[in-house]
Design a protein around this ligand. Structure first.
Ligand code: CTP
Length: 407
């Protein structure tokens, strides 16, 4: 059994408030959490918040002070804390912390602990977009990545500084899931090549407009991340989304259904498992005008043609690959899952009811039904998309074994 104990290093960034939620998310997954805060972090959140949440001491300084509420570090405490804990999770990892880790500075408790820590390190950077894109930060991230640390790249979106771009700390639940899979990781996908599609497609109406759908790409990205961490080589064909590339995953960006189809077919033969989580547009405009369509007082109709069903095409062409399709439904979920399983020659269809609150398109949680080609129906409890991704892979590997044993 892995040592489910974590040091949670909190840096001084606005995202520090999310670290309190991260402490809880880690504890919900069975971690004992010891929090270490930099001096700057304490400007954003009080140590008491973490002490109350984790029920453990919070380390706020390197050397003993006189304050009655100081929870003090003894002269060798960084060694003890480093030895006792299974993983070091730093969130938010500020530009300053990344620089100090990269260059081996040891000028406070967290950086000293980092040098003494021999286990896995998971860093969740969060900062202003310009700071993240700065050559110095990128060079430091590269050093840390080459050192073997896990970096959860920041998501894109509106930032506290008023700009929009990469810099947001990933969702605490996702960081906690990631920490758990690092410590409990199975390398059961070593040697596999997994092809994942994710996100929506965009079908142009004219040079400035398109039809698309509400898919966020989260489920597909979670599948890609989980497969990579389990040892697979992962290629992720992605429609336009705001998510950062998962660690160790090759992302192939596409826009239209036809581009997605090409990217998938080009990689089909080398893949052993194919996961079609993308919400592919079912129709595209028959002929896209070269110039912007002008407004007139008259009613406008669009002529649409169906796109090629990529999943069904793979179903026809596949040899030994395990094919996992998805089905987004608003009613008759099981019947539709079984129908698509057969019609598209899949081995598994992961179906969800996208009309349920708190699950489906933009949410971090999901509630799915797995319909298998053996006739079996699996209904895992509602969970985070990242945790469900691992469950889907578990069931896929079991299914492949069962299918091999039958043939
Ligand atoms: N899919 C695909 N190519 C398309 C349309 C869908 O590969 N042109 C795949 C999706 O990636 C998903 C599965 O088919 O894995 C089911 O998608 P969904 O939209 O639920 O089903 P459809 O077959 O499009 O049926 P409907 O929209 O009528 O429910």
């Amino acid at each position: 059994m892995a040592n489910l104990s974590a040091v949670l290093g909190v840096g001084g960034g606005i995202a520090a408030y999310k670290s309190a939620e991260l402490a809880r998310a880690l504890m919900q997954r069975g971690f004992a959490v010891t929090t270490v805060m930099t001096e700057a972090a304490q400007e954003f959140v009080r140590p008491l918040t973490f002490a109350a949440l984790t029920g453990r001491k919070v380390i706020t300084r390197m050397f003993a002070g006189d304050g009655p509420d100081d929870v003090l570090a003894s002269s060798v405490e960084h060694i003890g804390v480093a030895k006792e804990n299974g993983i070091l999770v730093v969130a938010p990892a500020t530009a300053d912390l990344l620089a100090r880790f990269a260059h081996g500075l040891a000028n406070d408790f967290l950086t000293t602990l980092y040098l003494a820590f021999e286990g896995p390190v998971l860093l969740a950077p969060a900062m202003n977009t310009a700071m993240w894109n700065h050559a110095a930060t990128q060079a430091n991230v590269e050093i840390l990545r080459r050192r073997g640390h896990h970096i959860l790249e920041p998501d894109s979106g509106p930032l506290a500084c008023g700009t929009t771009g990469p810099g947001r700390m990933p969702d605490p639940e996702r960081i906690a899931d990631y920490a758990l899979s690092i410590l409990t990781r199975r390398r059961d996908l070593d040697g596999e090549t997994v092809l994942v599609t994710a996100g929506p497609t965009r079908e142009p109406l004219d040079p400035v407009r398109f039809i698309s759908n509400r898919s966020s790409g989260k489920m597909g990205y979670a599948m890609a991340e989980a497969a990579a961490l389990r040892g697979a080589r992962v290629q992720l064909v992605s429609g336009p989304v705001h998510l950062a590339a998962p660690e160790g995953v090759e992302v192939i960006p596409v826009q239209t259904a036809e581009q997605m189809r090409r990217a998938v077919l080009d990689r089909l033969d080398e893949s052993t498992i194919i996961v079609k989580a993308a919400a592919v547009a079912d129709y595209h405009v028959t002929s896209v005008p070269k110039q912007k369509v002008k407004k007139t007082a008259l009613r406008l109709s669009l002529e649409l043609d169906p796109t090629v069903d990529i999943l069904a095409e793979i179903g026809q062409r596949k040899k030994n690959q395990l094919l996992i399709g998805f089905a987004a439904e608003t009613e008759n979920v099981v019947a539709e899952a079984r129908r698509k399983l057969q019609a598209k020659n899949c081995d598994m269809v992961v179906a969800n009811n996208v009309s349920l609150d708190g699950t489906g398109f933009e949410s971090d949680d999901n509630e799915v039904i797995l319909a298998l080609s053996t006739g079996e129906l699996i209904t895992p409890p509602r969970d985070t998309k990242r945790a469900l991704a691992d469950r889907i892979l578990d069931e896929a590997l079991k299914l492949r074994l069962a299918l091999h044993q039958r043939s």
